[in-house]
Ligand binder design. Structure first.
Ligand code: CP
Length: 333
C-alpha cells in the first residue's frame, strides 16, 4: 500500500478570526470557526503524518494549565500541544497552591494571568467555570484566552473536536465535507457526561445522524434535544451505525439513590464483539477515556486497533489542542 505523503497545507485564515477569543463551548463557535478548527487540526495531522517540522508559532507565549479536577489525557495533551508549538508552559500544582487556602477562583486565575499568561486551560467540576473566568478577564481587561478543558456534566468542547477529527480521519474525509451520511451512536451514561454534552452540540452540526442510548435514567430529557433519537435498547440503537462511542460510567457523579448495577449495565449496554455485530459492517468503537473495562466496553475490543479508535482519539487530542492554541493565540489577519 502506498502511503500518502502529500504535504500539509495550512488552511486560509477566516474573517471570523479566533485570535484573542475564549473557547468555552461548541455552541459559541460559528460554523466558519468550527470548520476552521477542524481544517487546522487536519493540517497538524498531516504535518505529523509526513514528519514535517512543526512551526514554533507559540514561541514567546505562556500557557497555564489550571486543572482543579483530575485529568490524564486533557492535561497532558494540552501541555504537549503547547510545547510542540514552542510555548512556555506552567502546570499549576493545585494541591500545593493557594486554592487550598480558600482563595477564590477569580483571584487565582487573575493572579496567574497577571504573571503574563496568554492562555489559561481550565478544568473544573463546576458548570460554566471557563465562562466565569473569561468574563472576569474581559471585565478586568486581561488579554488571556480561556479554554474549557472539561467542566461539570455538560461541556468538554476540545474532546468533541478531537472526536470529530478522529471520525473524519478514519473516513479519510476532509473536514469541509462534514459528516453527512454518517450515523453515530453514543452509549451509556449520557446525562452525566460532559463529552456527550459537547458531542451533541457538535456532531449534528457537521451533518451526522446522532443517536443516544442508555438506561432511561441516564438519558437527557427528550425536551432538551427533541431532534436527537433516544433509545433504551442498545441493539436497536446501533443498528447500521458506523461509529459507536461508549462513555465512562461516572460512578462518582451517580447519585446514591439511583439504582445501578455494573453487571446489569454491562449486559444491557456494554460494547463487545457480539453487540457490535448489530452495527454497520466494520463499525468502529470509540471511548473518550478513562475506561471502565468490562463495564461499558470489553477490554479486548477496546485494544483491537482494527475496530477501536480509542488510541487514535488520544493522539488526536494533542493534534486538536495544537490547532485550538494556534487559532486562539496567533493572529493571521
Ligand atoms: N477524556 C478526558 O477528558 O480524559 P481525562 O479526564 O483523562 O482528561
Amino acid at each position: 500500500m502506498r502511503t500518502d505523503m502529500t504535504k500539509a497545507i495550512r488552511p486560509d485564515p477566516i474573517s471570523e478570526n479566533l485570535f484573542g477569543t475564549h473557547l468555552t463551548s461548541i455552541s459559541k463557535l460559528s460554523d466558519a470557526q468550527l470548520f476552521y478548527l477542524l481544517d487546522l487540526s487536519q493540517y497538524y495531522s498531516r504535518l505529523s503524518a509526513t514528519n514535517e517540522p512543526i512551526p514554533r508559532r507559540l514561541a514567546g507565549k505562556t500557557q497555564v494549565n489550571l486543572f482543579l479536577e483530575n485529568s490524564t489525557r486533557t492535561n497532558v495533551s494540552f501541555e504537549l500541544a503547547g510545547k510542540k508549538l514552542g510555548a512556555d508552559i506552567l502546570v499549576l500544582p493545585v494541591a500545593a497552591s493557594s486554592v487550598h487556602k480558600g482563595e477564590e477562583l477569580r483571584d487565582t486565575s487573575q493572579t496567574l494571568a497577571a504573571m503574563g499568561a496568554d492562555a489559561m486551560i481550565v478544568r473544573n467540576k463546576e458548570h460554566d467555570t471557563s465562562s466565569f473566568i473569561a468574563e472576569a478577564f474581559n471585565q478586568t481587561k486581561i488579554s488571556c484566552s480561556v479554554i474549557n478543558a472539561g467542566e461539570g456534566t455538560q461541556s468538554h468542547p476540545t474532546q468533541a473536536l478531537l472526536d470529530a477529527l478522529t471520525i473524519l480521519n478514519s473516513l479519510g474525509r476532509k473536514a469541509s465535507k462534514g459528516l453527512e451520511g454518517i450515523t453515530i451512536a453514543i452509549c451509556g451514561d449520557i446525562s452525566h457526561s460532559r463529552v456527550a454534552g459537547s458531542n451533541i452540540e457538535l456532531l449534528p452540526r457537521l451533518g451526522a445522524e446522532l443517536r443516544l442510548v442508555g438506561p432511561e435514567n441516564f438519558l437527557p430529557s427528550e425536551s432538551i434535544h427533541p431532534e436527537i433519537h433516544r433509545y433504551t435498547d442498545l441493539h436497536e440503537c446501533i443498528n447500521g451505525c458506523q461509529f459507536v462511542m461508549a462513555l465512562r460510567v461516572q460512578k462518582e457523579r451517580i447519585n446514591s439513590d439511583l439504582a445501578f448495577s455494573e453487571t446489569d449495565f454491562h449486559q444491557s449496554f456494554g460494547l463487545d464483539y457480539e453487540t457490535l455485530k448489530y452495527a454497520a459492517e466494520d463499525a468502529k468503537v470509540m471511548h473518550p477515556g478513562p475506561m471502565n473495562r468490562g463495564i461499558e466496553i470489553d477490554g479486548t475490543l477496546a485494544d483491537d486497533r482494527d475496530r477501536s479508535l480509542i488510541l487514535d482519539q488520544v493522539t488526536n487530542g494533542v493534534i486538536t489542542r495544537m490547532a485550538v492554541l494556534d487559532a486562539l493565540l496567533t493572529n493571521e489577519s
